[in-house]
Design a protein around this ligand. Structure first.
Ligand code: DP6
Length: 397
């Protein structure tokens, strides 16, 4: 039997202007445009191989070594759209193998532990769509493919590009203009770094799909957000990114995280994603910025208590002078810095800053952060030499 295989990686992205709310749940169309930063893949990525063969009996997915169902509607919608595009090609060229009629085997792995507490659906759907598009040799560009990834999970459409990405909400009822576009390529602002502070949390969050539906249905504040706040902020944030104005970018990012969480609190019954530790991180970031009299770091929170801090490489020592105690106590940063460098940050803090600061470094903060992932802005989906499917058998290696 002939097995055709293609492999890709796809990154995680973290929004700086949040997508929250659907105007059409079936097509996964948002109530507002959003913006995100794509994160580097050495730290966080999904690797996906897709295979097809006339002899495969059913569509099958193996995720992190376990067979998982492909039956949910969103995945089915993505597969159908990709098969339709392949079918168009086949109808124009009789020599092409009729892959659109064959079953698919998909094998997918994340390089980050589930314990990292990060949602992986964005990278997962982005990798699924790109791997199959490669397998089918589709001519569509990344923006066009992002419309398909969007149906899998809204935020996934932004993972088709590297650097700084916008998801334009569009106007068309069929969703044909609701897709991702690049705002600024990675190499034009590659100094952007990110520290993910993983916060321990015992209770389960309301899943984002469910949470945003509740907000749309019940929050009055949400109307203000989507009609007035976000449309202006979308223009301002794109402008700040294009001009590489970190202060502006960071201030808008923090405000937008707060605005999104305010609409969660304004939902009825209210949804709480950020917890006391998250609030301590918010206070710490504002204290650091006011200490330097300059916005050098921004926080943002998704549908959970973990913080993502954005900062520029040139300011890393300033930030870490304040975070060294934390770095000393949690896991995750080790591949990036050794103890000696960490002591360097400590001495910067002690020699240069300590005398001048008055705010209280809350020891409880360090106890509730379980892990820190030091990463940076990164590229979009990449080819990979690694293939997860055996080309003889069509099964996971
Ligand atoms: C808070 O993309 O997970 O992370 O479209 O229902 O799958 P679905 O939602 P999802 O929501 C992400 C919400 C967010 C903000 C963002 O990423 O923009």
């Amino acid at each position: 039997m002939t097995v055709h295989v293609a492999t890709t990686t796809a990154p995680v992205n973290i929004a700086t202007l949040k997508y929250w709310g659907k105007r059409d749940a079936n097509l996964n169309l948002p109530t507002n445009s959003s913006i995100s930063v794509t994160l580097a893949q050495d730290d966080l990525r999904t690797l996906t191989s897709a295979a097809t063969s006339e002899s495969f009996e059913k569509d099958t997915l193996w995720l992190n070594g376990k067979e998982e169902s492909l039956s949910n509607k969103r995945t089915q919608d993505c597969l159908q759209d990709l098969r339709d595009l392949r079918h168009q090609l086949e109808s124009q060229d009789d020599n092409l193998p009729k892959m659109s009629q064959w079953k698919l085997h998909i094998v997918s792995e994340n390089n980050f532990p589930t314990a990292a507490g990060l949602a992986s659906s964005a990278a997962g759907f982005a990798a699924l769509v790109v791997a199959i598009a490669k397998l089918y040799k589709l001519p569509q560009d990344m923006s066009e493919l992002s419309r398909i990834a969007r149906k899998g999970s809204g935020s996934a459409c932004r993972s088709l590009f590297g650097g700084f990405v916008a998801w334009e909400m569009g106007e068309a009822e069929d969703g044909s203009d609701s897709m991702a576009v690049q705002v600024l390529p990675l190499d034009q602002w590659s100094q952007m770094k990110a520290a993910i502070l993983v916060v321990s949390d015992l209770k389960k969050d309301t899943p984002s799909t469910q949470g945003m539906q509740l907000t749309v249905a019940t929050s009055d504040l949400f109307q203000e957000r989507i009609n007035k706040v976000v449309p202006n902020r979308f223009i301002e944030m794109k402008d700040a990114i294009i001009k590489r104005d970190f202060t502006k970018f960071a201030d808008l990012t923090m405000k937008d995280s707060n605005s999104f969480h305010a609409t969660c609190l304004d939902s009825y019954p209210p949804i709480f994603y950020i917890n006391d530790t998250s609030k301590k991180i918010i206070r710490l970031v504002h204290s650091i910025n006011s200490f330097f009299n300059e916005t050098i770091v921004a926080y943002t929170f998704d549908a959970g208590p973990n913080a993502v801090l954005y900062y520029l490489e040139e300011n890393e020592y300033k930030l870490f002078a304040f975070l060294y105690k934390l770095l000393n106590q949690v896991e995750g940063w080790e591949p990036k810095y050794n103890k000696e460098q960490l002591n360097g940050f400590k001495s910067i803090f002690e020699n240069d800053f300590k005398e001048k600061i008055e705010f209280f470094m809350d020891p409880e903060l360090y106890q509730s952060i379980t892990r820190i992932i030091l990463t940076r802005a990164g590229p979009g989906p990449q080819d990979s030499k690694e293939c997860l499917i055996d080309e003889e058998t069509g099964l996971p290696k």
